[in-house]
Design a protein around this ligand. Sequence first.
Ligand SMILES: O=C(O)CCC(=O)C(=O)O
Ligand SMILES: [Fe+2]
Length: 388
Amino acid sequence: MSPAAMMGSEEGEEINCGEIDDISMSYQKGVKHLQERGITKLPNKYILPFSERPNLREIAVGPAIRFTTESNALKLPVIDFSHFCGPNRSQALASLAKACEHYGFFQLINHGIPSDVIDRMMKASRDFFELPFEERSKYMTSDMRAAVRCGTSFSQKRDNVFCWRDFLKLSCHSLPGVLPFWPSSPPDLREAGVSYSKKTKNLYLELMGAIVESLGVAEEGAAIHQSEKSGLEEFGGGSHIIVANCYPACPEPDLTLGMLPHSDYGFLTLLLQDEQVEGLQIHHQGRWVSVAPTPASSFIINVGDHLEIFSNGRYKSVLHRVVANSSSTRFSVASLHSLSFESMVRPSPKLIDDQNPRRYKDTSYADFLEFISLKEHKGKNFLESRKN
Ligand SMILES: O=C(O)CCC(=O)C(=O)O
Ligand SMILES: [Fe+2]
């Protein structure tokens, strides 16, 4: 048995996927594998308690799949990135602040990343999930710090109920050193991933520049940028992970979820979602609302836990989830930007006063990884644990 064919835990409790033929355990091989086996009933491992199931009403619209009905459709605020570079900057900053305060999500247009960089990344991700299980399983590990990590659900070791999702995580912050560890197949994955990671990192840095300005702490951001020891310097040197998600068509989508409700841990997530197949839902004003598919020329951006902490709660890291559907595979690619491993994020001192006391403890990325190695990452439980 090759070590590559094992999925394990940090404690060495490993499962040899190559030898799992029994359908009752084959969920460990992921949902693409289950779909290829042609299952028609959802294995128990995926069935959520009744209260956690989505309330789906699928609508087929031409080749697309939608869940959006008049009553639950959400139009995210649209931010035009080109307005940050001209005379409309202050107006654009005000719209950005409003989107981050009231939605925690927005759609970004005119961001300047060439469409071929985006298309190649999306295609390489789709092609990866088309590889035979034996090839994909070479990258299965539960080592959260691995340069490449392939798996299913969220944590195969910890999740009581699995979600209907396979993933590939590519760590980008130590490029080019980590490149030889990235999958060599499909052939374009490395090149597409490197171009995509450079472009999304630059876009993220520009967006963070606008965000600190919109919070009125830009001088602090600029000062901290130059300091080796401070938190915000980590905007540049922080961790960057690309996560490709694959949600195959599911036999009983109303009993499960593609991704359970969660918030993202970093500063910002730049999400490319499927142009055709809907699935992302956000928790807005007390209910779950669907985000309609967006063109590949735009990103969905969301505020993560670190930004909620840095803004002392002014910008919201909002719960979101992914619903499954019975007829089409859905793909997405998330670019997650957070701190370097040991650095601390803390509420900006300028955003603390008598009316707004310090709401969060100092927090590192290492704290987050330790938390999820001990506990199931559910809802906003990590951020809750960091509140004062
Ligand atoms: O697939 C999506 O639309 C959302 C993915 C997501 O929330 C994540 O990767 O954190
Ligand atoms: Fe997310």
